[in-house]
Design a protein around this ligand. Structure first.
Ligand SMILES: [Zn+2]
Length: 85
């Protein structure tokens, strides 16, 4: 293992770590399914982008995955209903 050539001061360590903070994702709502998605990206839940279906997710995914996504959607809807009430 390499050995640092010089001792790193408290200040230089802290200056470097000043940029380590995590930034909260800036989410937007999907125009089709109204879920929270990352901006400028195709919706991973419904495959829509700017009001147009660009990914046929149901064709891409198998029956199993479709079932799983339906279950996760129901779970998310349930969680949303729980937080709003
Ligand atoms: Zn969507």
């Amino acid at each position: 293992m390499g050995l640092p050539a010089k001792r790193r001061t408290k200040q230089s360590k802290r200056e470097r770590s000043a940029h380590f903070a995590l930034v909260e994702a800036n989410l937007t709502t999907c125009s089709h399914c109204k879920r929270q998605i990352l901006p400028h990206r195709v919706c991973p839940y419904c495959g829509y982008y700017r009001g147009r279906e660009v990914l046929k997710l149901e064709q891409l995914l198998g029956k199993k995955a479709k079932k799983r996504s339906a279950a996760s959607k129901a779970k998310a809807d349930e969680a949303r209903a729980g937080t709003s009430s």
